[in-house]
Design a protein around this ligand. Structure first.
Ligand SMILES: [Zn+2]
Length: 349
């Protein structure tokens, strides 16, 4: 199956009332883990690469690894997504390479650190939307600023400094025509999201619900949504790791989000923890080992297990064969003739 439009994948998720995990990749084993999980659970998938991943793996390697996944699993819809594009140029280069979806994170300036103004965000996002939609490519925008830093990207902070304002979310969606909208509700990138199990004072699910009420047909995206489970932290620490105690976003909160318009859920840290724990365990308990396959194989299996769990918890499991892919060219026509409306349906306050 050719790579599919993320818009189609999210529209189907909205119809089916489920969420789709978007998992980050940097190497072959992570792609294999995701595809293994997708096959095991019969799930459509979003594979995403950050700027850091593209630099680490090199664009051509990464792109061809994902193409290999689409050849090996012809029945599974795969959308390939640029995570946190920092500029029009980054998004354009991903589109030229063949990505079927891009995130223009205009909530930060091009340095990927400094919060931008609302008008700057609208302008650069709209520029990406115009370019991408002409080519049938999906666009995710971001309004509000997430906490933390990952891969050198992020404003830092706790995530509570720039919670999304629902009125601004409406205006942003209307003026840019984005297909999906990432919002800031107190989550952060990385492992250290919360210092205790989060409650409504730090994880603003009420804001998410308010935005969904105003924008009932806009696909919402939750970033920084690893759950950082204790058992994965424990494995890392049991075999010589030094993680500080930390809490992520509980799966039940993500499920509440999914019942309120969340269609894309970004997960990276949980997979990183699973991989690191598995590698540490082999190196710690069997120090005589030196063949990378001896630890990469358990690492891949550990990530596959986490991804399978999330696919099941988010509800995408069982939905890989609900639909046939629409070609990117047809999607481009849909944007042009208005049949794929991107002017959001806005409800009164
Ligand atoms: Zn993110």
């Amino acid at each position: 199956m050719p790579l599919v439009s993320m818009r189609q994948l999210l529209d189907e998720a909205a119809k089916g009332g489920y969420g789709v995990g978007a998992f980050n990749v940097n190497d072959m084993e992570q792609i294999q883990a995701i595809m293994g999980a997708a096959q095991e659970t019969n799930s459509p998938v979003i594979i995403q690469a950050s700027r850091g991943a593209r630099a680490f793996a090199q664009d051509r390697y990464l792109f061809h690894l994902i193409l290999a996944a689409s050849e090996l699993y012809p029945d599974i819809p795969i959308a390939m997504h640029q995570d946190h594009g920092n500029s029009f140029e980054t998004c354009k280069s991903a589109i030229e390479l063949g990505y079927t979806s891009v995130m223009m994170d205009g909530s930060l300036k091009e340095d990927g650190k400094t919060p931008s103004s609302f008008e700057e965000n609208v302008a650069v996002t709209k520029q990406v939307v115009d370019y991408a939609h002409e080519r049938g490519v999906t666009v995710e925008g971001e309004i509000g600023v997430l906490g933390g830093v990952e891969d050198g990207h992020g404003a830092g902070g706790s995530g509570l400094e720039h919670i999304t304002d629902p009125d601004q979310a409406v205006e942003f969606a209307e003026r840019t025509g984005v297909d999906a909208l990432a919002i800031a509700i107190g989550t952060s990138h990385g492992a250290y999201k919360f210092t205790k199990r989060p409650d409504g004072s730090v994880l603003k699910m009420d804001v998410l619900i308010a935005i969904h009420k105003r924008l009932p047909s806009t696909h919402l995206v939750m970033h920084g949504s690893s759950s950082v489970p204790k058992d994965l932290q424990d494995i890392v620490n049991e075999y010589g790791g030094k993680l500080k105690e930390t809490w992520g976003v509980p799966v039940e909160e993500i499920q509440l989000g999914i019942r309120n318009g969340v269609r894309k859920v970004n997960v990276d840290t949980d997979n990183r923890l699973a991989i690191t724990g598995a590698i540490r365990k082999v190196l710690w308990t069997q120090p005589e080992k030196f063949d990378p396959r001896d630890y990469m194989k358990p690492a891949r299996e550990a990530m596959q297990k986490v991804v399978s769990q999330r696919m099941t918890q988010f509800g995408q499991a069982g939905h890989a064969h609900d639909y046939s892919p629409i070609s990117i060219e047809t999607i481009a026509k849909g944007y042009k003739d208005g049949s794929l409306a991107t002017r959001p349906l806005v409800a009164a306050k």
